[in-house]
Ligand binder design. Sequence first.
Ligand SMILES: [Zn+2]
Length: 83
Amino acid sequence: MYRLPIETHLEELATSLHLNITICTGEVTTPNEEDRPNIIREAHDSAVAGHKGMIKTYHRIREIYYWPNMMEEIRRYVKTCHD
Ligand SMILES: [Zn+2]
């Protein structure tokens, strides 16, 4: 019997339930502490990012990176950005 990858099942399930869930299939990196402010700045301030809110910035970073307390660090950064 042919089995679809679990991701496909989850995507189908999410679609049928009208949920928007993030399935992390790629490699997620934990950046060095000194690189984290740059990563946050890039994800929030860059021309493509366009100064999005905390949640959007978080999701953008989360596609590639994970580190403990990242949500809090992003929140603090976005709060102080007045551009
Ligand atoms: Zn900003």
